[in-house]
Write a protein that binds this ligand. Structure first.
Ligand code: GLP
Length: 238
């Protein structure tokens, strides 16, 4: 795993955008794996800026997002679909973008459909990941066994608590989700993990011990042949 530590969040966002810029120059038809959360917001803003400046073109690329709450409508402001359209898809020219459908009638059938769509696209070229405070990637929560494919999952108390700040309007916060599994993440040709802020320093430290903690899903990335972590100084312990 390649580790890059930069001073600020802005530098991290620009360095991550450089990886996307290079990826799309080398392979304009790339399949991009995308993530939500506050961490990639700076990266998405930088990609939008570069697109508007004519420095990057997504017209032949497509994307698959990691996860979505279940059940949730795509027009719900806290749905990951809404987040992605607001922050990225409405502002760039991606040829196609998919997320697991939080409104699917049969969530397990939706998981199968999603995996088949990723496979039909040829798998993911560059997978973007953030990390939860408990070490989750996507919504692969700490557990003793992990699903390889997209799966229908109960969120842990820790993830529900971490995300409750977004559900303050009195609406019900979903306690389940649809998440890409560890298999699709590990089969991605390359992985880019962004870790920023002092609040992630403890989990980052654990990850960089270099051991495979079976209750820290991000540790799987230590086994990936082309994984890069970009972090700011705060996440690296200051
Ligand atoms: C959610 C998402 C993850 C994301 C995590 C961290 O739980 N399912 O994909 O990495 O939040 O979010 P943040 O970047 O806001 O810390």
């Amino acid at each position: 795993m390649k580790k890059i530590v930069l001073d600020t969040y802005e530098e991290v966002s620009r360095a991550a955008a450089d990886i996307y810029t290079r990826q799309l120059k080398e392979k304009p038809g790339s399949v991009l794996g995308l993530a939500t959360g506050s961490t990639p917001l700076g990266l998405y803003a930088e990609l939008v800026r570069r697109y508007q400046a004519g420095e990057i073109d997504f017209s032949r690329a497509r994307s698959f997002n990691l996860d979505e709450y279940y059940p949730i409508g795509g027009d719900h402001p806290q749905s990951y679909k809404y987040f992605m359209y607001e922050n990225l898809f409405n502002r760039i020219n991606l040829a196609d973008s998919q997320l697991p459908d939080g409104e699917a009638g049969d969530p397990r059938a939706e998981c199968k459909r999603y995996d088949a769509a990723i496979e039909a696209a040829g798998g993911i070229d560059l997978m973007l990941l953030g990390i939860g405070h408990n070490g989750h990637i996507g919504f692969n929560e700490p557990a003793s066994s992990y699903s390889m494919g997209t799966h229908y999952i109960d969120l842990t108390e820790s993830s529900i608590a971490a995300n409750s700040r977004f559900f303050t309007d009195g609406g019900t916060q979903p306690v389940k989700a649809l998440s890409m599994g560890v298999g699709a993440i590990m089969e991605s040709k390359s992985v880019l993990l962004i870790i920023t802020g002092a609040g992630k320093a403890a989990i980052a430290k654990k990850l960089f011990e270099g051991r495979i903690y079976t209750d820290v899903p991000a540790c799987f990335l230590l086994l990936h042949p082309d994984a890069t972590v970009i972090m700011d100084r705060a996440a690296n312990g200051g």
